[in-house]
Ligand binder design. Sequence first.
Ligand code: PHE
Length: 510
Amino acid sequence: MASSLTKGSPAPEKTSPAGGKTLLGHPIGLAPLFLTEMWERFSYYGMRALLVVYLIAGGPDAKPGSQGGGLHMPETSALAIYSVYVAMVYLLTMPGGWIGDRVWGPRKTVAIAAGVIMVGHLVLAIPGQASFFAGLAIVAVGSGLLKANISTMVGHLYDGPQDPRRDGGFTIFYIGINLGSFFSPLVIGTIGQKFNWHLGFAIAAAGMGLGLICFLFGTRWMSPQSSVVPTPLTVAERNTWLKKGLIWLAIAAVFYGAIVASGQWNLKWALYPITIAGLIIPVTVLLRIKRDKDLSDTEQTKVSGYIWFFVAAAVFWMIFDQAGSTMSTFAEKQTSDTLFGLSFPSTWFQSVNPAWVMALAPVIASVWMALSRRNREPSTTVKFAMAMFFIGASFAIFVVPMLMTQDGGKASPMWLLSIYMIQTIGELCLSPVGLSVTTKLAPQKYASQMLGVWFLAVTAGDCFTGLLSLNDVKLNSPVMVGIEAVMAVVAGIAVWVYRKRIVALMGDVR
Ligand code: PHE
């Protein structure tokens, strides 16, 4: 997808490494992958749209008159659970990529992942707190297994990184992501929020089921390379992993067994360690890569350059991912649910970002193209600085309707629509070039793991907000939103001011 938003796709060739059949100039295997990811995102974002509203439903912080039957949680707990869940999904893309590389191969991993996600949503469809947490964990594991491997499979359809259709292929794939993300809150959100939460979750499961069927039907068109395990785990390695896994499992079982037995157990015992792990793991992974003795000097310098992008991205995702938490509770409780005389459920706001992505991606792409014709296309560093500015500006604006509704009034939906628009412009400045710069700055040794490293920036950002919520900091207060806006703008200014230094670290990468 990377430079797909910056370049046009040249005339397609009529061949494909995956069997030769093409559709609209692209290998036909792109169709089932497109549909699988579309349905996966449909289930993911549909459930995510319901998540916080469901957690607080029936409790002290629920909107008066809204559907009960939720988990009655206070808002800070709901926001903490949301952050931890989303962080886990992206943290697990690393082991997911590893399993694709070393155990099952991408194709088998995606098929299993889709099944796991479907089961997770079905478990969520069973009422009750235990099934809720079990379902959430299962969905996170499945999504982690799927996300990196399906992108790898899209890459396999093309003749290596030089294939002129590759960027176009990733753009089409990104449309699939956003189509699924757009429709799901409208369907799952409406049914869950207006009729029955669990029916909403069941529809998410059905969506993933359809995705799995598309995937299984389409396997004949996928690249044979997708079934290969590139670097299989040796028996000795497998035994070491099993041993390590069992030891950790035993330690956790004893530790939590003792806590439960002593009557001390509450949710924080689970959320704190996960959140802290979600902050420590990204730092450790980056430091380990940077300190690896096998890297050449240039590779090491490039990793130092990458750390700048990584930290900026973490701050970006920290704000961006609050779409389904802070912004979702604001939509539910402090925003009017009618626009031009039409009334709608608050979960529909979750469709706004993907709608803006589809509307604005071609606009941004043509702006970059027009600028590049004049040799003035901003560099990756400048695009990152712009993204930070936009995401900061979005939260600075968000402070206004928050202050306006503090006495119980309702803000116009236009506020959220505009805030999402500004965030999406930021996303389109950062997300595509971020993926691209990640792969370009990756040391050879870590090439296949770098996609997972990029997603760790999302984990770090989400765990930061998770930790705040766990400490009872009210994320949905104007003060916090204002502080985060300042953080993002300061990070943007830092990237801008030090852009020459970052560019020097990047070597030949632009
Ligand atoms: N919305 C896109 C997706 O779900 C991009 C994105 C990735 C957004 C990761 C946030 C975090 O794939």
